[in-house]
Design a protein around this ligand. Structure first.
Ligand code: 5GP
Ligand code: ZN
Length: 115
């Protein structure tokens, strides 16, 4: 946990968040600035600053992220139309909150390559 981190504050209940899913290891919230009709953030409860800080012992968290993404994709009815999971690492890739989070985006046609 980090005192200044906004996602840690949401997890501790110190900051308002639209939590759509929670279990022992992760929460999922609605992104405040959605880039698609469905735009959720899947966030480990453990404060991991970037992809480069993920350790082998975090494998339970990662498998939970993907299990929960499947569950949420089904709930939001984007499982068959398609969705994208995005994890930005460091500023050059667009990371602005330094507590890892997986964007789950769907409900519109996605383009490739990403911007
Ligand atoms: P990043 O740019 O680090 O990959 O993604 C950070 C995401 O967090 C952005 O999509 C941004 O809109 C979202 N975000 C930033 N602050 C808040 C907030 O206070 N509440 C919510 N729900 N989302 C936020
Ligand atoms: Zn944090």
């Amino acid at each position: 946990m980090s005192n200044e981190c906004i996602f840690c504050k949401m997890i501790k209940g110190e900051m308002q968040a639209n939590i759509v899913y929670e279990d022992d290891l992760i929460i999922a919230i609605e992104d405040i600035n959605p880039q698609a009709p469905v735009h959720l953030l899947l966030i480990p409860k453990k404060h991991i600053p970037t992809t480069m800080d993920i350790q082998k012992e975090d494998s339970d968290i990662l498998s939970d992220i993907f299990e929960s993404a499947k569950h949420l994709a089904k709930e939001k009815k984007i499982d068959e139309s398609g969705f994208r999971i995005v994890l930005n690492c460091n500023e050059g890739a667009g990371q602005s909150v330094f507590h890892i989070h997986f964007h789950l985006l769907g409900g519109r046609r996605m383009t490739w390559p990403p911007g």
